[in-house]
Ligand binder design. Structure first.
Ligand code: PMP
Length: 305
């Protein structure tokens, strides 16, 4: 990873190498962290954070689900994020804020441990590779299911949830694929290990509904708005596995993955096996927006001077 200079920890900037926590911190043992991944893009007129408000809202929602009070207002925390970009003199970056239960008592109850916070930012390119944005990625359906709704809340972007994602990702890589897609508890398509999924069939765009144990992705929401503006019909619904095989086009969305086409599922070629025309159109508009090449008509960019 491309290290930056400073990391914000509990209100102070510390050197990158000194941003450490105690090994007996609650989060290390019990997964009690809530985080975000946010992109800071270089635009035509300076640099801007993409959908800062929505990411901050989801961070506070994740903490709320786990009865955790973040000791900063949303405005203060947003400002700390901006300061982190400035102090590191970044022009583009991936921003990673984390709220976590720190060090005090040992035991499952998180309430005995302090609520600590950190914000790091560094330069990070295309998550699934620059080439994948055009040629697409190979995917397998994971043997691991996503979390059932009454087990762990998937609307929270919580550190512990990523054990599920790690199993999906490792299995896919071990088996020679770029990424895995998990089904939900009832056997419908849920999401990738760190991406939401869109399916195009006969000019209609489908994506798993929010009862499919997927994270409510902010890129997902952006793509739904962009596609609707292009006049496409969007259906948020249950998606059977085989619908992926017979799709005309498939693509992943995520802050890290941005808009990445899927070229095959379980070694079955999707459409032409390359980025499809609707994917390309939506992907192009997404990049035009984040790079400030078209008007920010949705108000998604927060400029950082
Ligand atoms: N699902 C999971 C499991 C993720 O980790 C992510 C990445 N945050 C997403 C979906 C996509 O969400 P977003 O577009 O908000 O980054």
């Amino acid at each position: 990873m491309k290290e930056a200079e400073k990391i914000w920890m509990n209100g102070k900037f510390v050197d990158w190498k000194d941003a450490n926590i105690h090994v007996l911190s609650h989060v290390v043992h019990y997964g009690s962290g809530f985080f975000e991944g946010i992109r800071f893009y270089k635009t035509k007129n300076g640099s801007a954070i993409f959908r800062l408000k929505e990411h901050i809202d989801r961070l506070y929602d994740s903490a709320k689900i786990y009865r955790t009070e973040i000791p900063y207002s949303k405005a203060e925390f947003s400002e700390a994020m901006i300061e982190t970009l400035k102090i590191n003199k970044l022009e583009s970056a991936y921003i990673r804020p984390l709220i976590y239960r720190g060090y005090s008592e040992m035991g499952v109850n998180p309430k005995t441990c302090p609520v600590d916070s950190m914000i790091a930012a560094w330069e990070w390119g295309a998550y699934l590779g620059e080439e994948a944005l055009e040629s697409g990625v190979s995917v397998k359906i994971s043997s691991w299911r996503r979390l059932a709704p009454d087990t762990m809340p998937t609307m929270a972007k919580a550190s512990g949830n990523y054990l599920s994602s790690q199993l999906i990702k490792m299995e896919a890589l071990e088996d020679g694929y770029d990424e895995g897609i998990a089904l939900d508890y009832s056997g419908y398509v849920s999401e990738g290990s760190g991406e939401n999924l869109f399916i195009i069939k006969d000019n209609i765009i489908y994506t798993p509904a929010m009862n499919g144990s997927a994270l409510p992705g902010i890129t997902r929401d952006s793509i739904i708005k962009i596609a609707k503006d292009f006049g496409y019909e969007i259906k948020e619904t249950g998606i059977p596995r085989e619908m992926l095989y017979i799709a005309d086009e498939l693509f992943f969305t995520g802050t890290a993955a941005e808009v990445t086409p899927v070229s095959s599922v379980d070694k079955i070629k999707i459409g032409s096996g390359k980025r499809g025309p609707i994917t390309e159109k939506i992907q192009k508009r997404f990049f035009e927006i984040v790079k400030g090449e078209v008007e920010d008509k949705y108000g998604w960019l927060t400029e950082v001077k």
